[in-house]
Design a protein around this ligand. Structure first.
Ligand code: 5GP
Ligand code: ZN
Length: 139
C-alpha cells in the first residue's frame, strides 16, 4: 500500500523508534503516547481491518503483543496495560493498517478512559443482539 504510513515505516521510508522485529512483525514507539512507553505492534504486510486478516497473521501478532506487554512490565515496572485495536473511522482508527496499541499503565498515571456504560432498554433487546450475532458466526 503505497500511501499507507505504516507500510512506509516498514519500508524504512518514514523513521520510527523500533522496539522489536521479526520476519512478520514490527513493534515501534507510538509518536503520540497516551502514556509514555506506548507501543504499536503491526504486521509487516498490509492488512486491515481485523475481520479480513488471516488467522495465522493475527495469531502471531497477538503472541508478540503478549511478549511486549510482559517486557513493558519488566522494564518499565508498570502495574498493568491496555491493549487496544481500533477498526474503522467510527472507532477512532486513524491509520488503516492493522495495529495493536500496547499501553503501559501505572496505578497513579492519572489517565482515565471516557468509558460511560449504557443500559439496554430491556433484557429482550440484549438477547436479540446476542442471537443475531450468534447466528452470523462462521465456523
Ligand atoms: P489508531 O487511532 O489508528 O488506532 O492509532 C494510530 C496511532 O498511530 C496513533 O496513536 C498515532 O499516534 C500513531 N501514529 C500516527 N502516525 C505515526 C507515525 O508516523 N509514527 C509513529 N511512530 N506513530 C504514528
Ligand atoms: Zn499499510
Amino acid at each position: 500500500m503505497s500511501d499507507c504510513i505504516f507500510c512506509k515505516i516498514v519500508a524504512g521510508e518514514i523513521p520510527c523508534t523500533r522496539v522489536y522485529e521479526d520476519d512478520q512483525t514490527l513493534v515501534f514507539m507510538d509518536i503520540g503516547p497516551i502514556i509514555k512507553g506506548h507501543m504499536l505492534v503491526i504486521p509487516k504486510q498490509h492488512h486491515d481491518p481485523i475481520t479480513e486478516t488471516p488467522d495465522d497473521v493475527l495469531g502471531h501478532l497477538i503472541a508478540v503483543v503478549k511478549k511486549i506487554a510482559a517486557a513493558q512490565k519488566k522494564a518499565l515496572k508498570c502495574d498493568g496495560c491496555n491493549i487496544i485495536q481500533n477498526n474503522g473511522v467510527c472507532s477512532g482508527q486513524a491509520v488503516p493498517h492493522l495495529h495493536f496499541h500496547v499501553i503501559p499503565r501505572f496505578e497513579k498515571d492519572g489517565h482515565t478512559w471516557n468509558w460511560a456504560a449504557k443500559k439496554y432498554d430491556d433484557m429482550q433487546e440484549m438477547k436479540q443482539l446476542a442471537e443475531a450475532v450468534a447466528s452470523a458466526l462462521t465456523p
